[in-house]
Design a protein around this ligand. Structure first.
Ligand code: FAD
Length: 359
């Protein structure tokens, strides 16, 4: 079984790894540097409270399952590569804003999680400050998810690439721009690259199965517009601060602003959600809003140094597009929007299972 995977973000890398473990010969095609798009820009929150937009019980169930799959997966990756991916069960505190809709949404999420035997609590400001003393005195009611965890996405991507490099049945080609799917007799038989890998070589990659994991660029490939629900970029801007010595210990979310301490002094502060096409900009207004929001909630961050800024494009779709497409031989692994890091492992499992089931 030969499988072509388009895109080496967290989804493409995790899927390629899972397929390789199950014995497939995998060609992973990446136009740029593996992991250099949304996957390395992410906050890396692994939870079912903060980065979701709806209180869909099925989605929450899937996110909790995905979060719980992380511990064993990370151990396996560490064993293979020796890379520490910053996995920590640090809990996540979500500060209730004055917005009654948000308050109701969080109350429902806590109730749903508790009904499934998960630890989740509604707490007051005093309890919240006993968990995280850096919280401002104006913080009142919060939702607390003590079993939520985090990972450092660039480190995760390094570990995935290192693990792929050890697999004899994986060929990871960066600088390989997929131009189109090969569609023959109604079946997908691989992909055509924009340019051959080397002079005299073919630009065609034949495959028994092809996985589209091209993130925010998935809808740009020609010939699949009717089959694939639209995937569009949702820009997220990020500011990274550094505290010496580290003070903040718990990830804090308040409205659109959040602060994720990495444990070593770095504090990841996000983020915006902007539908502005593929514009790669860091805007003054976004940096101001992110800093305003985080410093209002965690006043000591005003003393931290601003070390860097970046942005990424979340692949937005109505819901994640995972599994067989209506074209035989072609599988979707895209549209993970705000949850692609947490969902990576279970998406990889689902895709590998459906490819082997259909062979
Ligand atoms: C600011 C921000 C914060 C986030 N926070 C979280 C979080 O806390 N938790 C969480 O779970 N998720 C989070 N996310 C979402 C998460 O980052 C994404 O859902 C996830 O990274 C998507 O992974 P992907 O592999 O589908 O896409 P990407 O990482 O974008 O990878 C797609 C790859 O496909 C390649 N590609 C595209 N077209 C082609 C082509 N034609 N040929 C070859 N290669 C191609 C691209 O170069 C790219 O490397 C966040 C995202 C952002 C931007």
């Amino acid at each position: 079984m030969r499988v072509a995977v388009i895109g080496a973000g967290v989804i493409g890398c995790a899927t390629a790894l899972e397929l390789a473990k199950r014995g497939a010969e995998v060609v992973l095609l990446e136009r740029a540097v593996p992991g250099s798009e949304a996957s390395s820009a992410a906050a890396g929150m692994l939870g079912a409270g903060a980065e979701i937009d709806e209180d869909d019980p099925e989605q929450i169930e899937r996110l909790v399952r995905a979060r719980d799959a992380y511990g064993p997966w990370i151990e396996e990756l560490r064993g293979e590569t020796g890379i520490d991916v910053g996995y920590r069960v640090s809990g996540i505190l979500i500060v209730m804003t004055g917005d009654p809709v948000e308050r109701e949404r969080l109350t429902r999420i806590v109730a749903l999680q508790r009904a499934r035997g998960q630890r989740a609590e509604l707490i007051d400001g005093v309890q919240a400050r006993s968990i995280e003393p850096e919280l401002s005195a104006d913080v009142g009611a919060c939702a607390y998810f003590p079993d939520d965890s985090q990972v450092d996405p660039p480190a995760l991507l390094r570990a995935l690439v290192a693990s792929l490099a050890k697999k004899r049945n994986v060929s990871l080609r960066s600088g390989a721009v997929v131009e189109r799917m090969l569609l023959e007799g109604g079946r997908c038989t691989g992909v055509a690259l924009a340019a051959p890998p080397a002079a005299g070589q073919s630009n065609v990659v034949q495959a028994d199965a092809t996985v589209l994991a091209a993130g925010s660029w998935s809808s740009l490939l020609p010939g699949i517009e009717k089959e694939l629900a639209p995937v569009r970029p949702a820009r997220g801007q990020v500011v990274q601060l550094e505290e010496r010595p580290p003070r903040l210990a718990t990830p804090i979310v308040r409205g659109p602003a959040y602060a994720i301490p990495r444990g070593d002094g770095r504090v990841y502060c996000g983020s915006t959600v902007e539908f502005v096409g593929y514009r790669r900009e860091i805007t003054a207004g976004a940096v101001r809003d992110i800093l305003d929001g985080t410093i209002r909630t965690i006043p000591s961050l005003a003393e931290a140094s601003l070390s860097s800024t970046w942005m990424g494009f979340r692949p937005h779709a109505e819901r994640p597009l995972v599994g067989r497409s209506s074209i035989p031989g072609l599988f979707w692994a895209t549209g993970h929007y705000r949850s692609g890091i947490v969902l990576a492992k279970i998406t990889a499992d689902d895709i590998a299972q459906s490819i082997f089931a259909s062979s």
